[in-house]
Design a protein around this ligand. Structure first.
Ligand SMILES: Cc1cc2nc3c(=O)[nH]c(=O)nc-3n(C[C@H](O)[C@H](O)[C@H](O)COP(=O)(O)OP(=O)(O)OC[C@H]3O[C@@H](n4cnc5c(N)ncnc54)[C@H](O)[C@@H]3O)c2cc1C
Length: 491
C-alpha cells in the first residue's frame, strides 16, 4: 500500500483523501486547525456554533459521489434542504428581487419589475450560461491542463462563448436595468472574482444553480464536514488535527515526507490542499517553476470581513441568503480589488440558516453571519484598529435595511478579518478564495494540480484547476486523482 499524505482539510483535501483511499492508498490527512473543513469549518462562541464559510451548496452530487464510491449512502451521514428563494437581492432604492427557485416565476418577475425586453434578455443569458456550462463544466472541470497546448482544442468554442468578455459585460449585453445587472453578475464574488474582470466562463454558475438547485445542509455545512469526517474514519483515513506541516522532506526530485510541529511523517506521495502561494513560500520554500504561477504575476482574490451573531429576536421575514447592494458598485469593487483601501459603505451578504432549517435553532435565538468583501492584506488596513468600527458600520447597514433593532437584540457576536484567513488558514494576504478567476489564471494558467518541481507532489483546492467554491474544489480533487492514477499506473 502506497502512503499518501494530504495536507489540509478543506473540501478539496477531504475529497482527495476519500478518493485516494478508494484506490487503496494508506492516507493520512494533516490539518493545522483543531477541526476539519478549512474555510468550511465551524466556529464556536459563547455556546453558539456557526458555519464559518460556505452555506450555498450546489452540485451536491459531487459530495454524494465521495460516499457512493465507498458503497455508503450519503443520506445516512447528512441531509440536504432546498433553499427557496436562492437569494434575495436588496438594492439601494429599497426595491428587492427574489432569485430562484422557479425559472418561469423569475421571468415573470423580471417582466413585471423591470421590462419585457429584460425578461427576453434573461432567457438569452440563461441559454448562453447553459452553453458555457456544457463546455467549461462538463468537458473541462475535471480535465488536467498540464501544458499550454492542452488548451488549444478548446479555443474555438471558448472564442464562440466570448471568454474574453467579463461576466459584467456579458450580462450587460443582455440586460438593461442596472439593478438587475448587479444581481445577475454577482456570482464571481462567490468565488473571489470581481464581476468586471472575471472571465464570462464563470457565467456557468448560473446554469449550475438551476440544473441541480441550491441546498443547505440540515444542521449546517458543518453537518457535511462531520459526515465526511465520519466516512474518513470508517474507511481508515487517519486524521491528524492541530498539526501544521512546516516543511517537506525531499530527496532530489522526490518528496519523501513532511516535517510537522509534532514530528516527521513519511510518504510516497503528497497532496497539498493548502493555499499554494503560501505553501510555496513557507513550506516548499521555493518560487514556483511555472511562469504563470510566480507570486508577483498572480492576482489574489479579495478578502472578507465576517461578522457572526445571534439575536434574541427572531427575524421571521428574513430570507436565508440576502445580498444588500450598496449604491456604489464598480467604484466600490475597484476600492476593494484594485485600490485596496478602507471602505465605509460595504455591500453585504447575510446568511440566516433558520429560514431553511427551523429545527436548528440555538438557545431560542436567531443566528446569522454577514460578510462584507474587503481588500486583502496587500492593503495597509490595520484590522486590529479598524475591526470594531467596521463591525458597527455593518450592524448599522443591517439595522437600516433588514434587521431593525439588531444591536439591542444581540446575545452573541464576534468577527473575523483578513488576518484570520492569513494567519489561521495560511492564505496569502488573507485572500478569501485563493487566486482570482480571471482568464490568465484559469485552466493551464492556474496553479498546476501537479507540481513542476517534484515528481510526487500534487495540489488540490481553490487556487488549482478548476477553482474555488465547494463544487470547484471538489472537482480539483477529481482532476488531481486523474494525474495520480496515471502516474501510479492504476486503472
Ligand atoms: C466566508 C466564506 C463563504 C463562502 N461561501 C461559499 C458558499 O456559500 N458556497 C460555495 O460553494 N463556496 C463558498 N465559499 C468558498 C469555499 O468555501 C471555498 O472555495 C472552499 O471551501 C475552499 O476549499 P479548499 O479545498 O480550497 O480548502 P480550504 O478551505 O482553503 O482549506 C485549506 C486547509 O489547509 C489547512 N492548512 C494550510 N496550510 C497548512 C499546513 N502547512 N499544515 C496543515 N494544514 C494546513 C488550513 O488550515 C485549511 O484548513 C465561501 C468562502 C468563504 C471564506
Amino acid at each position: 500500500m502506497k502512503k499518501a499524505i494530504v495536507i489540509g482539510s478543506g473540501f478539496g483535501g477531504l475529497a482527495i483523501a476519500c478518493r485516494l483511499r478508494h484506490y487503496n492508498f494508506d492516507v493520512t490527512l494533516i490539518e493545522k486547525q483543531e477541526n476539519l473543513g478549512g474555510r468550511a469549518r465551524s466556529l464556536s462562541h459563547n455556546g453558539f456554533i456557526y458555519d464559518a464559510g460556505p452555506t450555498v451548496i450546489t452540485a451536491p452530487y459531487l459530495i454524494q459521489e465521495l460516499f457512493s464510491m465507498h458503497n455508503k449512502n450519503w443520506n445516512e451521514y447528512f441531509k440536504l434542504l432546498k433553499v427557496k428563494p436562492y437569494y434575495r437581492f436588496i438594492f439601494s432604492d429599497n426595491s428587492h428581487f427574489d432569485y430562484g427557485d422557479n425559472i418561469l416565476q423569475m421571468v415573470r418577475q423580471i417582466k413585471s419589475n423591470y421590462s419585457e425586453k429584460d425578461a427576453r434578455g434573461y432567457i438569452k443569458l440563461l441559454k448562453l450560461s447553459k452553453r458555457i456550462f456544457k463546455t467549461a463544466y462538463t468537458e473541462l472541470s475535471d480535465k488536467p491542463f498540464e501544458s499550454i497546448q492542452s488548451m488549444i482544442p478548446y479555443l474555438p468554442e471558448l472564442m464562440r462563448i466570448k471568454f474574453y468578455k467579463s461576466v459584467h459585460s456579458s450580462v450587460s449585453s443582455h440586460i438593461e436595468n442596472e439593478n438587475l445587472i448587479k444581481a445577475l453578475s454577482m456570482h464571481p464574488l462567490l468565488i473571489g472574482g470581481n464581476p468586471y474582470t472575471t472571465t464570462s466562463i464563470y457565467l456557468l454558475i448560473q446554469y449550475l444553480e438551476w440544473k441541480w438547485g441550491v441546498f443547505y445542509a440540515k444542521g449546517g455545512t458543518r453537518a457535511i464536514v462531520a459526515g465526511l469526517e465520519k466516512l474518513l474514519n470508517e474507511i481508515g483515513v487517519k486524521c491528524v488535527k492541530n498539526t501544521e506541516v512546516i516543511s517537506l522532506i525531499k530527496s532530489k526530485n522526490t518528496v519523501t515526507g513532511v516535517d510537522t510541529e509534532n514530528g516527521v511523517i513519511d510518504a510516497d506521495l503528497i497532496v497539498s490542499n493548502a493555499d499554494p502561494t503560501m505553501f510555496y513560500k513557507k513550506v516548499i520554500k521555493k518560487k514556483p517553476k511555472k511562469l504563470s504561477n510566480k507570486p508577483l504575476l498572480l492576482k489574489h482574490s479579495m478578502s472578507l470581513f465576517v461578522l457572526y451573531f445571534s439575536t434574541s429576536k427572531i427575524y421571521n421575514n428574513v430570507q436565508h441568503h440576502t445580498i444588500i447592494f450598496n449604491k456604489r458598485h464598480k467604484e466600490l469593487l475597484d476600492d476593494i480589488f484594485d485600490r485596496r483601501v478602507k471602505i465605509i459603505d460595504p455591500s453585504l451578504y447575510l446568511h440566516r440558516p433558520l429560514a431553511t432549517d427551523p429545527d436548528n435553532q440555538q438557545m431560542n435565538s436567531d443566528s446569522f453571519y454577514v460578510l462584507a468583501p474587503v481588500a486583502n492584506n496587500l492593503s495597509s488596513i490595520d484590522w486590529n484598529a479598524y475591526g470594531e468600527e467596521f463591525s458597527n458600520v455593518v450592524f448599522n447597514i443591517l439595522d437600516e435595511n433588514i434587521l431593525p433593532g439588531v444591536k439591542e437584540n444581540l446575545v452573541d457576536h464576534f468577527y473575523v478579518t483578513p488576518d484570520y484567513f492569513e494567519n489561521d488558514l495560511n492564505t496569502f494576504a488573507g485572500s478569501g478564495f485563493g487566486i482570482q478567476p480571471i482568464f490568465r489564471q484559469s485552466a493551464y494558467f492556474r496553479y498546476s494540480n501537479k507540481s513542476k518541481e517534484y515528481d510526487n507532489l500534487y495540489f488540490v483546492g481553490a487556487s488549482t484547476h478548476p477553482g474555488a467554491g465547494v463544487p470547484g474544489v471538489i472537482s480539483t480533487a477529481k482532476t488531481t486523482e486523474k494525474l495520480i492514477l496515471r502516474d501510479y499506473d492504476i486503472h
